[in-house]
Design a binder for this molecule. Sequence first.
Ligand SMILES: [Zn+2]
Length: 258
Amino acid sequence: MKFQLLPSTFDERGCVSPKQHLACFVIDDCAAIDAGSLATASDSTQKKQIRDIVLTHAHLDHIAGLPLFIDDLFACLSEPILIHATAEVIEILERDIFNWDIYPRFSELTNEFGAALEYRPFEIGEEFSIKHLRFKSVSVNHKVPSVGFVVSDGKTTFAFSGDTAETNDFWKVVNDEEKMDAVLIECAFPNELDDLAEISHHLTPKTLKKEIAKLRHASSPIYVINLKPMYREEIVKQIGELENEKLLILDVGRIYDW
Ligand SMILES: [Zn+2]
C-alpha cells in the first residue's frame, strides 16, 4: 500500500518544507483522507485518479483544498467527486463552505457528464469500501465531531487518528484488529502548551506517551502526524526524549510503501 502526506508548506526558496500546515493523506494515488492541500500539492496522476475523499472533520486545515480541487477539475470530471463523511460534517460543508457565498454549491451543479460532487455519509462505527480499500470509522475526542479510521486493502492495515485528545474508542478498534502495519497519531502541541492542547482537544508528547501505551500491537511503527508547524522542532525534540524507537515522525511528501 502506497501512502503519502502531501506537502503544504514551502520555505523561502519555494522548496517543500517539512512543516505541515494542511492535512491531506493520499492512499494508492486513488483516495484521500482529508483534503487540506489536495488541490495545490497533488500530482497529475493523483488529480486524475482521486475521486474519493474521506474527511475526519471539517476544520479548515483538513478541508481547505477541497473546494479548489473540485473547482479545478469541474469541467473534466467524468464521474463525481465522492465525499465520504459523517452527516454532521456534510451539513457543515453545505452550510459554511459550499453555500454560494464562500464557494459554489457543487452538489447542485452538473457538467456535461453529470454530477460533479456527491456525498456518501457514513455512521460512526460503520465500515465502507472505496475501490480496493476498506474503511472502518471510529469516534475520536476532538473539539468538533471527528473520526479516525482503520484502513485495509486486505494485506496491509493501518490506523489513523486524525485530530484527537485522549481517547479510548480509537484504541479499542485498533487493538481489536488481528494485525496492524502502521498507526498514525496526532501530536499538535509541545508540552509547555498543554493548556492550549487541552482546550482545543489535541495531544502533546506527554499525553501522546499515555495514548500509545494503550496500543496492543507491539511491533507496529507509530507515525506522528499533524504537528503544528510553528512548534514542529520543539515537538520533534520532545518526542525524541520519549526514547521509543517505534515512534517516528511521518515525513511530509515521502511516499511510504507499507
Ligand atoms: Zn481539528
